[in-house]
Ligand binder design. Structure first.
Ligand code: KG4
Ligand code: ZN
Length: 365
């Protein structure tokens, strides 16, 4: 059994969890959302300062809730990429300081790998290979998870991330921030067939459309144009119908690409991760399309779709159990491809050549 204290501060949640393998001993999430909503989005400097003010109390709370003391913690982890650099610095600096103080290994965790591991919190028996549809505020991609730590991107958005599209359209409809939950709520009383929006297909130079890539900027512009036309009539905006129609278009676009990809690669499981995995229309559309084709779909429990430290701890416990740790001089990065995740770790024995260590664990750097 591997017990990890994990910290997540990549954006606007100060989150700390204590995780034993994939079992949650405690899960503290101090959200800054209300504070940022007054600005209509995330203000990076403000986020860093809020993390600084909250992190000590969140760590103490996570330990108390878990009934753990430092002797029971095997490693200390923090998200180190991708995300807001200042915000990431707060979490990683706290984790490194605690690691030095309590003489524990430190692990830097890739935020998107954390979102993949969110599914293990409810399905610890899950085994790769599977397809992961990763849909958050900053990322939208289809990832072939070939083995733990072995990730290959098969499709992606060419412009806005799905969550970003939700946030931008919510702003247009004056539904506030964050946009995803607000659109989901407004859509409940709306007609998803009220308006037809373009799905945003990506052309291929050799002709036809890309089967896995998507684009949301055209959709966002189509909603803007329609809102401008409707406003010109002087009638109240049909916000619920607009929200439901937009949401259905995004859900259909993501569903058709995920199903095509899983089918082409003969993957019988689709795991969904990231904040947009909480979306009710995506859940319905993907579940229905997948069950027609005998594909299993796994969504994380709702509260683990958006950012949390439990998913970071689950990924960290898996790496630590394989003997992987990160150097204390590991930096933070605003961007980092998921395929580079193994670069965050040093081999189990420091004087062993890196390639040998990876060969031993059956993975490639
Ligand atoms: O994964 P996450 O918490 O943070 C990032 O890593 O980006 O995702 C946040 C995104 C936001 O864009 C938010 O609007 C969206 O997830 N989101 C949703 C829902 N809940 C959160 N989008 C659609 N429907 C939801 N129910
Ligand atoms: Zn996230």
């Amino acid at each position: 059994m591997t017990t990890v204290l994990a910290i997540e501060t990549s954006c606007d949640e100060t989150a700390v969890a204590v995780i034993k393998n994939c079992e949650i001993l405690s899960n503290v999430v101090a959200s800054q959302m209300a504070a940022h909503s007054q600005f209509g989005g995330i203000v990076p400097e403000f986020a860093s300062r809020q993390h600084l003010e909250t992190i000590d109390a969140a760590i103490a709370q996570a330990l108390t809730d878990a009934g753990s003391d430092w002797n029971q913690i095997d490693g200390i982890a923090a998200t180190c990429a991708p995300g807001l650099v200042g915000a990431l610095m707060v979490g990683t600096t706290a984790a490194k300081t605690l690691a030095m103080l309590h003489q524990k290994p430190f692990l830097g965790i890739h935020h998107l790998e954390g979102h993949i591991y969110a599914c293990y919190l409810s399905q610890p028996q899950l085994q790769p290979p599977f397809l992961c549809l990763l849909v958050s505020g900053g990322h939208t991609s289809l990832i072939h998870v070939r083995a733990p730590g072995d990730y290959h991107s098969l499709g992606r958005t060419r412009d806005d991330a799905a969550g970003e599209a939700f946030d931008k359209v919510a702003r247009l409809l004056q539904l506030g921030y964050p946009g995803g939950p607000a659109i989901d709520k407004a859509a409940k009383t709306g007609n998803p067939d009220a308006f037809a929006f373009p799905e945003g297909k990506v052309s291929r130079p050799e002709g036809g459309y890309h089967r896995y890539d998507c684009s949301f900027s055209g959709l966002k512009t189509a909603v803007l144009r329609l809102v401008q036309q409707l406003e010109a009539t002087g009638e109240p905006l049909p916000v619920a119908d607009l929200a439901a129609s937009f949401q259905k278009t995004v859900a259909q676009a993501l569903t058709s690409r995920a199903i095509a990809c899983a089918t082409d690669y003969q993957l019988d499981t689709i795991v969904v991760g990231g904040g947009v995995a909480a979306n009710s229309a995506l859940r319905e559309h993907l579940q229905a399309a997948a069950s027609e084709r005998q594909i299993r779909v796994i969504f994380p429990p709702l509260k683990f779709c958006t950012d949390n430290a439990a998913m970071i701890g689950c990924a960290a416990a898996s790496h630590l159990a394989q003997g992987r740790t990160s150097p204390l001089d590991l930096g933070v990065r605003s961007r980092m491809p998921l395929a580079e995740v193994m670069h965050l770790y040093q081999p189990p024995t420091t004087n062993q050549p890196v390639s040998d260590a990876f060969a031993k664990s059956g993975e490639s750097p």
